[in-house]
Ligand binder design. Sequence first.
Ligand code: PEP
Length: 263
Amino acid sequence: MRIPFIAGNWKMNTTATQAEELVQNMLDRLDKIEDVEKVLCPPFVSLVTVKELLKGSSIKLGAQNMHFEIKGAYTGEISPLMLSELCEFVILGHSERRGYFGETDEIVNKKIKAALQNKLKPILCVGERLEENEAGRTKTVIGRQLSQGLKNIEPTHNLVVAYEPIWAIGSGKAASGEQAAVTIRFIRDTLVKLWNKEIAQDLRILYGGSVTSHNITEFISQPEIDGALVGGSSLKAGDFLDIANQAAAIKHRHLSSPLKGEE
Ligand code: PEP
């Protein structure tokens, strides 16, 4: 059984002081939510502060990006080695990195390799643009992002994949649970082909894109969807707690009555 996974991507929001406040506002209640892996991904400058606050709790820490080199003359960059002392996860291939910073599948591939080599667990984001979706190219785009992004990488359990249709990110227009489940099933099938069935069935595949406390049940109640990567709604303690609580409750209900098709 895959443990549900709820991660908050704070993007370029919160000063270190605000980050501390946000964590304080959810720490105790988030800590108590069981059987859901809970991950916070604050900006780099708040990683140390948040790491200290999360010490001894069940909440894990992630970064939002990194360079693929371990060290060197890359002014302004943060390396996987630096992150390995601070956090367990790192978001890679986010559409904002691909779109605004020119990250290609080749760069994402280098970053995934470097993360794994430095004991970081990548949260690999894939997703199609609106035009690609409308042209029926979703599977082609995502198939390419997966095969190129994971090229020459040995199968590993230390990966989480997030399906984030670009048209749904920050737009308030989430995909439907069914739409997301169809694509996530395709992602799992692709992982079976690229790697193997055993690993593909164990990996968590999340949905991301305008997830809120009002629509999380639609996603999490789909057997194929193992959790969510949450942007905007992770910046409000109450909303993020609500999302994590609902994820825990629904997956528990499924645990006590086998999921359709998984009896
Ligand atoms: C994201 O950026 O990963 C994301 C899903 O953002 P939002 O929830 O705000 O759409």
